[in-house]
Every structure is written in structure tokens, then in C-alpha cells.
Design a protein around this ligand. Sequence first.
Ligand SMILES: [Zn+2]
Length: 242
Amino acid sequence: MPDINRYAGQIALNDISIDGQKRLSGSTVTVVGLGGNGAIAAELFARMGIGRIRLIDNDNVRENNLHRQFLYGEDDLGKPKVISAAGRLKAINRSVDVEPANDYLTVKNSATLLKGSSLVYDGTDNFASRYAINSACVDLGIPFVMTSSLQYWGEIIPVLPGKTACLKCLNIPGVEEGSCSRIGIFPPAVALVAAIAVSTAVSILTGKLEAGYIKIADARNGTVETIITERNPACPVCGKLT
Ligand SMILES: [Zn+2]
């Protein structure tokens, strides 16, 4: 039974209520990539009382992460992100089980790392990882939320395997890896994307998300555009699901 007093503010919301809070407390959310989006999302998941949070990343904290990546401070420089993040999340909410994995997700290990998740939060920064998550989640029947952000903008795409379009259905074009330091990243864009994506994740975990979409968030102008997506019956990844 979740702590009613601690979560009173969100239990009072019609879309969550006590039933939704029980679902959140009984969920396992895996956050892949603990950069800007992933770190903010992990903190929101811990504060909202997700029962178990798995963290997957093999990077160490660098100074040029600190302008946008919550969970880390100057004392964490050079340390593995998953270790610093896990310590911070436990300090925020000790009732959450936190499982750090200092690992890099690939096509080969994705099923092992993601198995057993109620939902996967994709906070990675490259399309090889995103498509590996897409294939594994479709095969395992795990919903996931893809996030990406660059400069002032970001995208959020929820995928419910067999129900909404997967990334391959949409053939989302890739953005070059490591582009943030070269092309720029506006910290509020990362926070905006994470806020929308965690809200989407909560809708999925509480059984309220039906349609697939792409949301395009613009932190400079404060706008969010929604494009409804359709599955591609010939999709090589999810076409086999009815
Ligand atoms: Zn598909």
C-alpha cells in the first residue's frame, strides 16, 4: 500500500487517484540513458513513488553535463552516473528500489536489461540505442517512451507494442551522436521534454494512453505540437503483432 500522506497531492488528481498510485507503486520503470532527459525523468519517477527504478548508463559525470543534468553536482564529477543517480534517488525516496546497471545497452544485451520492466524510458542520445530499445520492447511487449532533444526542441514518442506505431513504423530519421556539445542544448528544452515524457509514462502506467503520437516541444516559444501516428502494417519490427 503506497504512503497516502506522502503522495496526497497526486492522489487528489482524478487521473491518478489511489488506484493509479497503487499501479505506480507496483511498477518497474527502466530509464536508459541518464543524461538531461533521463536524469530529470528518474527524479520525477522516484518522487512520484514508482516502486522499482532501473538505471542503465555507462558514462561518468562530466563538467559540461552539469548545466542540464539534474541529480549530479560538482562532487560527482568523474563518478559513474548510475552510482551518483542511485544515491540521489535513494536520498529522495528510500522506499523506491533502485537498481543501477553501469552498462551500455546494445541489440545484444537489450532483452536481458529490459526484461521485467513495466515501462522503459528512453533517454538515450543516439538512434542505434533507440532502435535497439524499440525492437526489444516490441518483442517483449513492454511499452516505452522515446525522448530526444537538441538545441531548443525535443520529441516525445510513446510506443505501445501492437497498439501504436513503433519507431520503425515512423522511420524517424537519426540525429548524429554527441551532437549536444557541438550544436548546443538549451537546459529548459531538456526539462520540458522530460516533463511531457514522464506525464506520458504515467498515463501509460495508469492505463490511460490509447492513441500513438509524436509530440514536438519548443522550449524557446513554449509550444507543443501533437501529430497523431498510425501503425505501418508492413513494419518489419511490429508488423507481426495483431
Ligand atoms: Zn512498427
